[in-house]
Design a binder for this molecule. Sequence first.
Ligand SMILES: [Zn+2]
Length: 84
Amino acid sequence: MSVVTKIALDCPYCHEAIYAALNWFKKPYFTCPACDKGLAAGQFATIIANLERSVEANIEEMINGAQHSSCCGNKSSCCSGSGN
Ligand SMILES: [Zn+2]
């Protein structure tokens, strides 16, 4: 399963938000689309690592959630929220 996760990170130079696929930030070297300054994956490594951890947790949640085919399962927030 390939999931393309788009993230936005601030450029350390011009502080513009760079919105790109997570993998794009893992390239050894790339340039900021806004200011054209050179960036290295190492500058974002910590942020990327944290993001990946939370993304993986989300995906796991999605997979685990999908295994419960019924809408409500054991989550009361799903169907009982509407009405009385
Ligand atoms: Zn920049």
